[in-house]
Design a protein around this ligand. Structure first.
Ligand SMILES: [Zn+2]
Length: 261
């Protein structure tokens, strides 16, 4: 069977799979090498590029080049707009997943410099990929590919008694048509995955210039439970990795085929 592919109007957004901490950024972290490695292990959406975007196809891929601990491209740049900023986890995190200090306090020029180096160029790439899809196809779907730990991290404020799903589909009230949300939930459900919508994580990302303005830009977030594809207790591909990666893309392709005009 040929590998499932996305249509050319899809843009795959991979925000959290990098573990890169640039040398210039490392000294601002208040963690030992061992603690930083542990934090990367906990917070990285390991191998989501491989899960969602390999092998390469017609869909554009926009992948953050640095770890979310450097800047989190999934958050609003402006803390006033970003709900997680109140927890110290806006675009530039102040705290770890365990709510301990992550980095020394940055001046606002230092914060701006980080955003200029790593946040804004990433969003320019996303804007360009979406503009290109609209120009060529008159439509665009941003699939925001993530993963989440099988057990909630302290920063999430999640109820530990709630069992986590295999897959979480995130939607936005403006950019995710109900039929699209349902198509994704049903495609995974038919494959035997335990599906939740907007739980444990909600929302779907679109570029700022289109946000709540341009209905031609649709979006869906797909978040996979890391317990399905990682070795227990360490960030290495587990025995089911290839099967999960293929099945994941197949379910996304099936969902898209069911809503195609
Ligand atoms: Zn993520």
């Amino acid at each position: 069977m040929s590998p499932p592919t996305y249509p050319p109007w899809v843009v795959l957004h991979i925000a959290h799979d990098s573990t890169v901490i640039p040398d210039a950024v490392r000294p601002s972290f208040r963690l030992s090498d061992a603690d930083l490695a542990l934090e990367l292990e906990r917070m990285t959406d390991h191998f989501t590029h491989a899960l969602f975007a390999e092998p390469p196809g017609e869909a554009a891929v926009v992948r953050a080049p640095v770890s979310r601990l450097v800047v989190d491209v999934e958050r609003f740049a402006d803390d006033a707009q970003e709900p997680m900023a109140a927890r110290g986890m806006g675009a530039v995190y102040q705290v770890t997943s365990h709510l301990a200090p992550l980095r020394r306090r940055l001046s606002s020029p230092e914060r701006e410099a980080l955003l200029r180096a790593w946040y804004h160029p990433h969003h320019e790439r996303l804007e360009a990929a979406v503009a290109d899809a609209l120009e060529r196809h008159g439509r665009c779907l941003v699939i925001d590919g993530h993963s989440f730990p099988g057990t909630a991290l302290p920063y999430e404020n999640a109820d530990p008694a709630v069992r986590r799903p295999d897959i979480c589909i995130g939607s936005d009230p403006f950019h995710t048509p109900k039929a699209l949300e349902q198509a994704f939930a049903e495609a995974f459900g038919r494959g035997g995955w335990r599906v939740a919508v907007n739980e444990p994580f909600a929302g779907a990302l679109v570029p700022a210039s289109r946000y709540r303005r341009d209905r031609r830009v649709t979006a869906v977030m797909v978040e996979v439970n890391r317990d399905l594809y990682l070795e227990p207790g360490r960030p290495a591909p587990g025995p089911d990795f290839t099967r999960i990666a293929t099945e994941l893309k197949r379910r996304c392709a099936e969902a898209l085929a069911s809503v195609r005009d």
